[in-house]
Design a protein around this ligand. Structure first.
Ligand code: FES
Length: 119
């Protein structure tokens, strides 16, 4: 085993994209909604100039398994605090989730706001 340096400075966001056979009768978050939310968050992160600050990735089951919604875990680098685990509506709570990520990972001071030139 060899330790390697991570390429994100502030933390990690894991979005559950676990899919189950509906015939199993067990609840799950869902692959399509999880991947869609992950992709949106990566675009939002990059738009804010935060690439390299936070890793956003999909995960398999995070152990919550809701009947409706997507489970997201936010973990700050170097923190001894437990991850923040949220159940979100993957379509309607995206922006609210992103605000939570930036607060939890102290990213506000890192956000790049592009100057808008006067017409
Ligand atoms: S299926 Fe998403 S937390 Fe278990």
């Amino acid at each position: 085993m060899k330790e390697v340096k991570c390429h994100w400075s502030h933390g990690t966001v894991l979005v559950c994209a676990n899919e189950r056979d509906p015939a199993s009768g067990k609840a799950f978050c869902g692959h399509e909604s999880g991947v869609s939310l992950r992709n949106w968050m990566k675009e939002r992160r990059n738009k804010d100039g935060l690439k390299g600050k936070v890793l956003v990735s999909v995960a398999s089951c995070l152990g919550v398994c809701p009947n409706k919604g997507t489970v997201v875990a936010i973990t700050a680098n170097g923190s001894s605090a437990e991850p923040e685990v949220l159940l979100v509506d993957p379509e309607n709570e995206r922006e609210e989730l992103w605000q939570e990520v930036t607060e939890r990972l102290n990213l506000a001071e890192c956000i790049i706001i592009e100057d808008v030139a006067d017409p």
